[in-house]
Design a protein around this ligand. Structure first.
Ligand SMILES: [Fe+2]
Length: 274
């Protein structure tokens, strides 16, 4: 693992105008990378403030770091299986650089998980230096991923947009999303939707409102409401023409409340299991 080379920085700067143009065509990386960046940033903050001599605090941080490692591993596998083959099919060699990055990221993820195990095995009183190594490795991993995602959003989108229309790019995304287990999809959706703008959030959920079974859509809203700022939730209610709380009948409110309780319990169980 290395810091970005000095000579790569001007290249990244020069890409800023390209990044700003991604709104012109469908950006298959847009929301998922926003969600991933949010999860990375949040996890780094947690790792940095953790009291590693406090067993509960340390366990909670380790669960978040392991969850991030799993998110990153799944994400790169999805790209390997769905996006890179589509690029290679129309422009051979176009996914080579990312494939190499992904190989290095797999090794970095294994290193992070090994560091988590080392922290867990060490005595509470001796954890500080072991946890400092974990924190440094996590920060470098995140820095490299931020560079990597920017590269994908510019270079990969250029290839996809050259060789596929937006309908075909949506079809690639649909195949990718269909391959994700529902529980993992929900976790990823939570990061994406809490990191998105109100307009992006409404657009994504409007599609789900139209096409997903009603109980699934209701489950998504139930999961999202407590995670969103009150102002963002209100904007979503308006955009999707959802009933306000006062307009819902008591039976529906009870059902929502039960679903929220169950979602919280599932989250807590998942954290403990992770
Ligand atoms: Fe990637």
């Amino acid at each position: 693992m290395t810091f970005p080379k000095t000579e790569t920085l001007p290249k990244t700067d020069a890409r800023r105008s390209d990044v700003a143009n991604t709104a012109v065509r469908y950006n298959i990386y847009g929301l998922v990378h926003k969600g991933l960046r949010a999860q990375m940033a949040q996890t780094l903050v947690v790792a940095g403030r953790t009291d590693w001599s406090d067993r509960d605090d340390a366990n909670s941080a380790l669960a978040e770091i392991r969850a991030l490692a799993q998110s990153c591993r799944s994400h790169l596998q999805h790209e390997n299986h769905f996006i890179h083959p589509a690029m290679e099919a129309r422009q051979p060699g176009s996914a080579n650089a990312a494939a190499l990055d992904h190989h290095e990221h797999e090794q970095a993820i294994a290193g992070l998980l090994a560091d988590c195990d080392r922290v867990e095995r060490s005595a509470l009183t001796e954890r500080t230096p072991v946890a400092a190594t974990l924190y440094s490795r996590l920060a470098l991993f995140i820095a490299e991923n931020f560079e990597h995602m920017a590269m994908e959003e510019v270079d990969h989108n250029a290839v996809l947009w050259r060789h596929y229309n937006d309908g075909e790019i949506h079809a690639i995304e649909q195949a990718l999303v269909a391959s994700i287990e529902p529980e993992k999809a929900m976790g990823s959706l939570r990061w994406m939707m809490t990191a998105a703008t109100p307009t992006e959030r409404a657009e994504k959920l409007r599609g789900m409102q139209q096409h997903a079974p009603a109980p699934v859509f209701m489950g998504v809203l139930t999961m999202l409401q407590p995670a969103l700022r009150a102002s963002d939730w209100r904007k979503l209610q308006i955009a999707l023409q959802l009933p306000t709380v006062d307009e819902r009948d008591p039976a529906e409110l009870d059902a929502v409340s039960n679903q929220q309780r169950s979602a919280r319990q599932q989250q807590q169980s998942a954290s403990v299991a992770a």
